[in-house]
Structure formats: structure tokens, C-alpha cells
Design a protein around this ligand. Structure first.
Ligand code: PEP
Length: 262
């Protein structure tokens, strides 16, 4: 909490990329790594569009076991290739403690997904890795439960935790989840950890990404995690929420205007 540490923790995730500092950091890329060609084109698009971090899931925790589950090891190798080519640090999800060592070789940030926010063995092992950990808020987690989950990582001596608000379950069906914008100032008041926002998984719709992202920036978030695809209609995972490359570049420009204004 801020009682323990009054200043915001800054997390360095690659050469010159700092989350929680004065800069606003945008991580972007495909929801799932699908092929070498797909990741190459999306990585080029997000690097050109202003992303500082490349996102991409090699392991996909899908609601249905019949949906595409990710390229796994092959996906990790493709992420490494794009990290080498673009110079962008990589954030990717890890689902099991046994995979942490392997995923850590391909990633600069370990993502703990919403469905695993309270998977304590996973949190402990991620903490022991020493890598920055991006901790998504659970689908129905209170802010207190989310912050206590972060403590599992911190207790392993790993101070590099980035919180990610990604929407919570509500009674409202018109969006996939309800983005809890108020969690940003609430968490920032009580916690020293940086907070970023995922406007893609919260709304579940591409047309909502821009307004939610701009609102998150205005509300004080330290960055964003955004789904981008160069051909959203062919995406094998969460196609409805992916921005196209031009939409992403336009969003980054609009973010600059909002951040300047606040
Ligand atoms: C993701 O970011 O790829 C993802 C699955 O998100 P969440 O855990 O928030 O559903």
C-alpha cells in the first residue's frame, strides 16, 4: 500500500520502457499468436503505430475447450522472433506454474490472466521468476481481492507487479464485461503499483475500444493493453474486439491529445 511505499512503483520492462513512470505505455498485438505471417504483420503494424510493448497469447484460456487454445511452444518461438526483429518487449500469458521457466525465456512480462488471478501457486511461481508480472483483475474480483493477489507475487521478493483492469461481471449484457474505470483512481489512492487498462477484453467490441481507452487515460491509467489484428475478420480469437492497424494508429494519436489535455 501507499502507507508502505508512498511513491508509485516503476516497472522497467525493456530498454527504456517504464510502466508507472511519467510516460503512458501502450502494449498491443494480437489476442492470440496464430502464425508466423500473422504475428509478423501485426507486430510491424503496432510498432509503426506507436506501441512500446508487443502483446500476444501463445496459451489461450478460452471459455470453451473447443475454441482455439493457442500455438503454445511454437507461439513462444514466434514471439521471440518478433521481439528480436522489432526490439519491442513481449507480454504473454502463462497458465501453469510448470510453464513459467519456459515462458520467461520468451517474455519480458508474464501475464496472469483474469481467470487465474487467484491461482496462488501460479502467482508464487511468477513472483519467484523475478520477471515483471502483469496481473489482470479477476472477472468478479473486488479491488481488495485483486490487491491481495498481487501480494502473493510481492511476497516472493518480486516488486515488479503491474495491475491490469479488464472489466468485471455486471448485470449489463450490452458489453462483454463492464470496465470499472473507478478502479483506476481507487487503486492508485491505496496502492503504489502501476495500473493499466485492457479496453479490448472489457468491452469485447472494437467500436468500444477507443472510448474506453481514452477514458482510461483521462482517469489516470499508466498504460493500455490493446488487441490489434491486421485482418480482424480472420482472427481465431476474440475477432470482434480487435482494432485494425489504422484504427490502432489513430487511437495512439488521440491518446496523445487526451494525455496532453489532462
Ligand atoms: C488476454 O489478454 O489475452 C486475456 C485472455 O485476457 P483476460 O485474462 O483479461 O480475459
Amino acid at each position: 500500500s501507499r502507507v508502505f511505499r508512498p511513491t508509485t512503483t516503476t516497472v522497467e520492462v525493456g530498454a527504456g520502457v517504464v510502466i508507472g513512470g511519467p510516460g503512458f505505455v501502450v502494449a498491443a498485438g494480437p489476442c492470440a499468436v496464430e502464425s508466423a505471417g500473422q504475428l509478423d504483420s501485426v507486430a510491424r503494424a503496432v510498432a509503426d503505430g506507436g506501441a512500446a510493448v508487443l502483446r500476444g497469447g501463445a496459451f489461450k484460456p478460452r471459455s470453451s475447450p473447443y475454441s482455439f487454445q493457442g500455438l503454445e511452444e511454437h507461439g513462444l518461438r514466434l514471439l521471440e522472433e518478433q521481439r528480436d526483429r522489432t526490439g519491442l518487449p513481449v507480454v504473454t500469458e502463462v497458465l501453469e506454474p510448470a510453464w513459467i521457466e519456459r515462458v520467461a525465456k520468451s517474455a519480458d512480462i508474464l501475464q496472469i490472466g483474469a481467470r487465474n488471478m487467484q491461482n496462488y501457486p501460479l502467482l508464487r511461481e511468477a513472483g519467484r521468476s523475478g520477471l515483471p508480472v502483469l496481473l489482470k483483475r479477476g472477472l468478479s474480483a473486488t479491488v481488495e481481492e485483486w490487491l491481495l493477489a498481487a501480494e502473493y507475487v510481492l511476497l516472493e521478493g518480486n516488486p515488479n507487479v503491474i495491475l491490469c483492469e479488464r472489466g468485471i461481471r455486471s448485470y449489463e449484457p450490452s458489453t462483454r464485461f463492464t470496465l470499472d474505470l473507478s478502479a483506476i483512481p481507487v487503486v492508485k489512492r491505496v496502492s503504489h503499483l502501476p495500473v493499466i487498462v485492457d479496453p479490448s477484453h472489457s468491452g469485447g467490441r472494437a467500436d468500444l475500444v477507443r472510448p474506453l481507452a481514452l477514458a482510461a487515460a483521462a482517469a489516470g491509467a499508466d498504460g493500455l493493453l490493446v488487441d490489434v489484428h491486421t485482418d480482424p475478420t480472420s482472427a481465431r480469437c476474440d475477432a470482434d474486439q480487435a482494432l485494425t492497424a489504422p484504427e490502432f494508429a489513430e487511437l495512439v494519436e488521440a491518446l496523445e491529445r487526451v494525455l496532453y489535455a489532462v
